[in-house]
Write a protein that binds this ligand. Structure first.
Ligand code: ADP
Length: 553
């Protein structure tokens, strides 16, 4: 047959990749699979069938309130079943859910909501006090929805407050999802502001569905309907790392912990709910490990943990694997890549040592992401396992621009996203993050990795935590300055620590100065606040224990 100059299109149905297809799939296929929510005084147990019905009811009530295509709706809330159904209820009618981050500083929360500029904000009973504090400075919000039942509605001085369960009760359980273009925006997340004012990343239905499909597969979370997933990362941090979509897409039971994440409680949750897979930042995993060691308990059903957001200590990976038989999937990603873009790849049959070595890397790209390193002029560098360069990535769910900030130079001329990280890539495409570009120390024109120095320091038994920042140097431009928090009742001499570091890093990387501090400042996702540390060092609030001259640079 002749088609002239027309391209020959495939004859598949034109069935868009939209989020409502995920919850409807779960309702039809895994109707009885449990959704367990600990976000309140009582545990709520429901099913994907009920969750889909409640999402439709919510969508129909929101439509009646005039919320529809392109309308932003905000949430300031923890991981609960009501927050879960908000993802579907809002996006299913073409709306966009901004998951505001209650862990940001109040000024930053205000900035993100005012910058996005919408009318309706959903809040939890335990973010109510925060919302009351923010309300006078929220410029566009004129309606709050309290995510609770009518019976449990707390007293509040907020004006125009609706009850979440009233919206559910009033909604139509048979509401038909409107047909939407898969390229429409569905969610808005802001970066955690480690590198300046939070920046908004606007996700599409298509990118979100494809990313969940890819990350849930065998080389990623390896999910199936036999799994029980515990989603610890806040829904406001990269959509809870995709958990609200991964659970229903793969038919896994979903456990939502509300706002709690203390060690003993998490341990009980894992045991009581039979959790097989859980995701969180290294701080949480270190705490759980300490709890297990202190109590002598094993980790029962848990077979795999996901660690992301920052590099986990090697000793942690090793202990989970050797002492508890738990596989650590170490992923790299950022708000701009929707969530995980690479994940440590551990083929069957590796020895424990080789498996630990593989888990220490940031892994390989999942399908849908490509990575490369470039020089200062965006010229590609070799993936030879030793050359460091600026990491760039591209893919179906990588951000191409920031929300309402077209002036920010996120994308290169040839369509790659600048990550702001420095990395080395092996010939087999394994990623090693060296540092954030603004945290790496450029000494005599060469990079020194603050992360590698911090990792080396924490391998000393007396060191609980370490941070390294650059200080200006007349000859070398920048030199490393290390700040150490000692373990309880521990001491170490500065020179002993330097000797210890020298076992792990080149001599010219050794910090010129080491200071001791009682604690280090952390951001809302547990990351070190290096800007604040740089300020404290510059202001002399943190002073070196001993200053020595640059060593053999
Ligand atoms: P913010 O940029 O505000 O901190 P993100 O959560 O988007 O918020 O942070 C992404 C950054 O976190 C990455 O660019 C990288 O520097 C760091 N990061 C994420 N995962 C890892 C990892 N596994 N190892 C090292 N660094 C990581």
């Amino acid at each position: 047959m002749e088609f002239g100059f027309l391209p020959m299109l495939g004859l598949n149905l034109d069935y868009p990749l939209v989020l409502s297809t995920i919850i409807e799939h779960a309702a039809a296929t895994f109707a009885d699979t449990e959704l367990v929510s600990y976000g309140g005084p009582d545990v709520t147990r429901s099913s994907y069938y009920e969750a889909a019905q409640r999402s439709r009811r919510l969508a129909s009530s929101l439509s009646c309130l005039g919320i529809g295509p392109d309308c932003l709706v905000g949430s300031l809330a923890w991981n609960t079943h009501r927050h879960f159904e908000l993802f579907y209820g809002v996006s299913g009618i073409g709306g966009i859910l901004h998951t505001a981050n209650p862990r940001l500083a109040p000024a930053q929360i205000l900035y993100t909501i005012n910058f996005a500029g919408y009318r309706t904000l959903f809040i939890d009973p335990d973010t109510l006090a925060l919302a009351e504090q923010l309300a006078p400075r929220l410029k566009t919000i004129d309606r709050f929805v309290l995510m609770t039942s009518r019976r449990a509605m707390p007293a509040t001085n907020l004006a125009n407050v609706l009850c979440h369960e009233d919206l559910i009760d009033a909604g139509d359980p048979a509401f038909a999802w409107p047909e939407l273009d898969e390229r429409l925006a569905c969610m808005l997340c802001f970066t955690s502001g480690t590198t300046g004012q939070p920046k908004g990343v606007l996700y599409s239905h298509r990118g979100t569905v494809l990313s969940a499909l890819s990350i849930g597969g065998g080389n990623g979370w390896a999910l199936s309907a036999s799994d029980v997933v515990l989603g610890i990362p806040g829904f406001f941090h990269c959509n809870g790392w995709g958990v609200p979509f991964l659970g229903p897409m793969y038919g896994a039971k979903l456990v939502l912990p509300g706002r709690r994440a203390d060690d003993a409680w998490l341990y009980r949750l894992i045991m009581d709910e039979g959790v097989t897979i859980a995701a969180a930042v290294p701080t949480i995993w270190l705490g759980l490990l300490e709890h297990c060691r202190a109590t002598g308990q094993g980790l029962g059903p848990l077979r795999r943990i996901f660690s992301g957001g920052t590099a986990p200590p090697a000793a942690m990976i090793e202990s989970y694997l050797r002492d508890y038989g738990v596989h650590v999937s170490h992923g790299w990603g950022m708000t701009e890549t929707t969530h995980g873009a690479t994940i440590s790849f551990v083929p069957d049959g590796l020895s424990d040592d080789a498996a630990v070595a593989a888990m220490r890397t940031q892994g390989k790209p999942l399908y849908g992401n490509e990575i490369r390193i470039v020089d200062d002029e965006d010229r590609p560098l070799s993936s030879d396992g030793s050359t460091p360069g600026h990491l760039q990535c591209r893919g179906h769910w990588t951000a191409g621009a920031y929300f309402k900030r077209p002036e920010l130079d996120l994308q290169t001329k040839d369509g790659w996203m600048r990550t702001g990280d420095i990395a080395v890539i092996d010939p087999d495409n394994t990623l090693h993050i060296v540092d954030r570009a603004k945290d790496a120390i450029k000494s005599g024109g060469e990079w020194i990795s603050s992360q590698a120095l911090e990792e080396a320091a924490t391998q000393h038994p007396a060191v609980q935590e370490a941070a390294v920042v650059a200080v200006q140097h007349a000859r070398w431009q920048e030199r490393p300055f290390m700040i150490v928090v000692l373990a309880e009742n521990a001491t170490v001499a500065v020179e002993d620590l330097r000797s210890h570091l020298q076992r792990f890093v080149p001599k010219w990387w050794l910090p010129d100065a080491i200071a001791f501090a009682a604690e280090l400042p952390h951001g809302p996702t547990g990351k070190l606040q290096k800007d604040e540390l740089r300020r404290r060092v510059a202001d002399g609030i943190i002073a070196p224990a001993i200053a020595s001259s640059p060593s053999g640079v």
